[in-house]
Unconditional design. Sequence first.
Length: 403
Amino acid sequence: MEGAESNTVHEATAAALGFYYQSQFALLTLVSQTADDAAVAIERLDDVELKANGQTLLYQLKHSIQENPPPVTLACVALWKTIKVWIDAIPLVSLADTTFHLVSVGSVPSDSPLMALCDTQADREPLLQAMLEEANRVIEERAADQAACVKPRHASRVKGCEAFRALDASTRSSLLRRIRIQHGNVTVGQIPEALSKYLHILPKEQRFQAAERLLEWWDQQVIYTLCGKRDRVIQRSEMEHSISSIIAHLDDEKLVADFDMVSHPDDYKADGMLYRQIALVQGRPSDISRAVREQWRAAKQRSKWIVDKPQMRSKIAGYDAKLAEHWSDLHARMAEDCEHLSPSEVESKGLDLLRWTHDLAPKEVEPIAPSWSGHYYVRGTYQVLAIDLQVGWHADYLKLLKD
């Protein structure tokens, strides 16, 4: 019983991996296409159905978890089951615009007539005759067994053989011309690596991680297609959008604090508005020197990001808005508290707000990216915003600096 339980688990594993292989192979097929209209569906007309450039490509997949996968031969059950599936699909497609692909982890023996299906230029007439002979043999041997009242052989292949023999000669030849065999293919465990090779837009060290994230997104889409939560067909444009999102997230995670502990040039002078803003709240020399240093670092960092990663422009703008919102909440409350205070007390409140940007803001405002650790960016960006009068330290800074 222990052995039987083990075999049952093994069979379930093979079946589960077989379906997962279909899903991942569909993504690998889609990412290899260049046509903008490329799209795939799973478990519709075939295991995988690809439409691209007005053509339909149907794929039957034969996966194996064996160390030495079984070869694809004329006596192979998988071959004749596949033939039956394709013959059943003929009324549903335009044969002239459809190609049929048998994708196998196992290989076709070099001396097999099926090698003709691995070469689009090969003569397929000898293969046609060999397949008819095999179909006739299977059907005749099964009939003989039935006549002898013994258990008929070839139960798994006979329907495919009968369907192939029943085709008229023209359709049979046309079908065979449209069949391709892709043998010796990658296994389910090798697909992430194979997928990463198509992500040329990314640096080499990021490709495998991006491939794994793309597969996570893809798995969810496939599940949704099968349970009716979305269209059965997944478009190439959807995949491209997902890749763009993955690239953006990977960029976020790899933001480096390039100017941490880097000093500005000795002769550097910030925009005059920075000094005027601090003067309004009677900032000390230490407040000024710190503001100038962090403004220089933040400005250099922003410039470098935009040059190296142009897509960072929108992220920088969004983060500016976040910083301005945090400042606005504090500034509005401060302005209310200053209504009945003396000018010197108002300046003191403003100086506290300036120093908040240096001391507490880097801790209270979430960083621009999860991995970001450069506190100078928050401190310095507040000074960048102050130069543009988007933020200020004095309760009436806009009125006082309107000239």
